[in-house]
Design a protein around this ligand. Structure first.
Ligand code: CP
Length: 289
């Protein structure tokens, strides 16, 4: 019964198998997996939640809505007892987003697959897989593709998941952010050092909600120093693409008009998320009784 909790323990072979299956789903594979999944989102989400629901719909899986605000979690029920309850009533797998990093360690005794939809500032494996799928579609390889990840690295589960997986697959990964947001990575605070040579400019959202101590820079200052401005975009290679996991702060990490520009793959990433999540649901649920 495989879970999908982090990118850190996926082999290149498993990653490539998942991307291949995503491609087959995109090309029209009509697998009907059946079964029942509960989507437990304890933090807000639009893309991850809705694309899991779409993936479940396409696979003939019944999605059980779980409203955290009306559940017995409010009476103090633990995450473990919540998931054990869902298992007892016949749910085949759970997708969970939670504010607590590595929340899934509490769930080691559960008997159904757990798919991590994002844990605090920890990991976001399905976002990473859809990012990898988008890069692979574009370049046909990972080796020597230069990916620059720019933004709120310290708070970003996307940066952490992608840094590990991209490096393991042979890509060159650079990080750009204010020094205070480096999160232990070797980073540069000079966006202009990478703009001309990068193949993928991956921008991250400034996570205002996780900045308890207030903002370092105004939105205008951030855009000027670390954002993808129109001027910087003009220096990118003709083959280079723009990515962003979204939601986007338009005019902060990226100029408004670049979000839907020719280089942008931001909405393609969202479309790819459905096929990748179909592959992940199949991977985790296939061996069930
Ligand atoms: N990219 C992403 O995880 O978006 P949501 O927070 O809307 O799910």
């Amino acid at each position: 019964m495989p879970n999908l909790l982090t990118m850190n323990n996926l082999t290149n072979e498993t990653i490539m198998q998942l991307l291949q299956r995503a491609a087959e789903f995109e090309q029209g594979d009509l697998l009907k997996l059946g079964g029942t999944v509960a989507n437990l989102f304890f933090e807000p989400s639009t893309r991850t939640k809705m694309s899991f629901e779409m993936a479940e719909h396409k696979l003939g899986i019944a999605s059980l809505p779980f409203e955290t605000g009306f559940s017995s979690v409010l009476k103090g029920e633990t995450l473990y007892d919540t998931v054990k309850t869902l298992e007892a009533i016949g749910v085949d797998a759970v997708v969970i987003r939670h504010s607590e990093e590595e929340y899934y360690r509490q769930l080691e005794g559960v008997g159904i697959p757990v798919i991590n939809g994002g844990d605090g500032s920890g990991q976001h494996p399905t976002q990473s897989l859809l990012d990898l799928y988008t890069i692979w579609q574009e370049f046909g390889r990972f080796e020597d593709v230069h990916v620059t990840i720019a933004g709120d690295i310290a708070h970003s589960r996307v940066a952490k998941s992608n840094a590990a997986a991209l490096t393991q697959l042979g890509a060159k990964v650079s990080f750009v952010c204010p020094p205070e947001w480096s999160g232990g990575f070797e980073t540069s605070n000079r966006m202009d050092d990478y703009i001309e040579e990068t193949d993928v400019m991956m921008l991250l959202r400034v996570q205002h909600e996780r900045h308890a101590g207030g903002e370092l820079l105004t939105k205008e200052q951030y855009h000027e120093r670390y954002g993808l401005t129109i001027e910087r975009e003009g220096k990118m290679k003709s083959s280079a693409i723009i990515m962003h996991p979204a939601p986007i702060n338009r005019g902060v990490e990226i100029a408004d008009s670049l979000v839907e520009s020719e280089r942008s793959r931001i909405f393609k990433q969202m479309a790819n998320g459905v096929f990748v999540r179909m592959a992940v649901l199949e991977y985790t649920m296939k061996g069930r009784d």
